[in-house]
Write a protein that binds this ligand. Structure first.
Ligand code: SF4
Length: 428
């Protein structure tokens, strides 16, 4: 979502007459867009401000969830001129002009979600072959470790008509793969696009929206992220089975395999309920694969709790996963829970978990050797003549090719060799 927001910021700044540069020493305005989910990401912003400022810098703007959480406390870093939350990025050109004109030297905007921000995507918005579209923002789940409900706010779903119009625009400009985004994407419940005669305008759920998006001309692949297990419904599984453009790959965070920890996290499901949902998904869509998120060292986590997580990983066989040490976030219930786990234990558990996850990923990479898969190429490889793309499972697929440019093209590839993080193959 931060990539999506950053891209929009870049476009609206361009509309306002600013040019983009990646050379920070020549930049007059430096914009950071931040994540506050983990402490390390937030800290990195402040060290980077010092590194990137130069004698040419006139404005430093810090946006996203760090200022939304810190509010005016953020100005303890004296070089920051503008602090704007994730719901105020559309105001950035105005704020930059006010700083440049000398009207003021500090502006803070951490207002709650304003739906009008979604209407500001920049007239010059170009589309690459693979694009994101935010359909939902915020979260009402209040997992006890998570800062998101306090920074991105309450759940909001964009109206169906707005989502469809943005997807259509991107497809018309060359996008072929669309990833629908939301903190809780599958709880989508957006205003319906038309009124049924004699009935009030209702709402559409996520499955209905998927169906509509998938019917648009030019769409080859449809993805979405991130999902909450409680909103993985039979209807959503059915959409996967019926819609050709839907990739058979879903990110479903579980965080822990211990029922005690899941309860303390306020995740609203047990480990077995999660596993049963994934089994049901596999029954309906036999080629479906899953990725997930894990937190190790949540307060009170014992060796037995951690063993539960390892058992869940062995049972599900994820093809990819994101795993982290628990990072206390100020203002969340878990940050003040008794039983905080010492860092050395977190480090050891993370290493054990990651080894297990890597085995599972490697096994999947090896299992597709000999298969032919469609790959959408998105960049050149490290060696001359190499191209790298993604198959439906988001695996990096590397090929050697004499064709002048494969980027943005779908090609069939025979997978020949598997490694830990990628597979190699030949164009058919
Ligand atoms: S569902 Fe996701 S975004 Fe919402 S509180 Fe839980 S972890 Fe945070």
């Amino acid at each position: 979502m931060n990539m999506y927001d950053s891209n929009i910021i870049s476009n609206i700044m361009k509309d306002a007459g600013f040019d983009r540069t990646y050379d920070s020493s020549s930049a007059e305005i430096i914009i950071f867009y931040t994540c506050n989910v983990r402490e390390k990401a937030a800290q990195r912003v402040f060290s980077n401000i010092g590194l990137l400022r130069s004698e040419n810098t006139k404005v430093v703007a810090v946006g996203g969830c760090v200022p939304q959480a810190e509010k005016d406390e953020i100005f303890r870093y004296k070089h920051i001129n503008i602090a704007f939350g994730p719901h105020a990025y559309h105001m950035l050109p105005t704020y930059v002009s006010r700083i440049l004109s000398g009207e003021t030297d500090r502006i803070l905007d951490v207002t709650p979600l304003q739906p009008q921000k979604f209407n500001c995507c920049g007239s010059e918005r170009t589309a690459s072959h693979s694009e994101f579209v935010t359909i939902q923002e915020g979260c009402d789940n209040y997992c006890t470790y998570c800062i998101v409900p306090y920074t991105r706010g309450k759940e909001y779903s964009r109206p169906v008509a707005d989502v469809i119009s943005e997807v259509k625009m991107l497809l018309a400009r060359g996008a072929q793969e669309i990833t629908l985004l939301g903190q809780n994407v599958n709880s989508y419940n957006g205003e319906a696009p038309y009124i049924n005669i004699g009935k009030p305008k209702g709402t559409w759920n996520f499955g209905r929206l998927l169906h509509e998006v998938a019917s648009l001309d030019g769409l080859r692949r449809l993805r979405y992220t991130t999902s909450h297990p409680k909103d993985i419904t039979a209807d959503l599984m059915k959409q996967h089975a019926q819609i050709e453009a839907m990739v058979p790959f879903v990110h479903i965070p579980v965080q822990s395999g211990s029922d005690k920890i899941l309860k303390l996290m306020n995740r609203r499901h047990t480990a077995q309920e999660y596993i049963d949902k994934l089994k049901a998904f596999r029954d309906i869509c036999p080629d479906i694969q899953f990725s997930s998120d894990f937190i190790v060292g949540f307060p009170t986590e014992t060796e037995d709790d951690f063993e539960g997580t390892l058992n869940l990983v062995r049972e599900v066989r994820y093809i990819c996963a994101y795993s982290f040490k628990y990072s206390p976030r100020n203002g969340t219930p878990a940050a003040t829970m008794d039983g905080q786990v010492p860092d050395d234990i977190k480090i050891r558990r993370l290493s054990v978990l990651q080894n297990e996850l890597m085995k599972s990923q490697r096994a999947h990479n090896e299992a597709i050797v000999g298969k032919t898969m469609e790959v959408l190429f998105d960049k050149v490889g490290r060696k001359g003549g190499q191209y790298v793309g993604k198959n439906v499972y988001m695996q990096s697929v590397v090929v050697a090719s004499n064709e002048t440019d494969l980027i943005g093209k779908f090609k069939m590839v025979l997978i020949e060799q598997a490694f830990q993080n990628s597979v190699f193959g030949s164009l058919i």
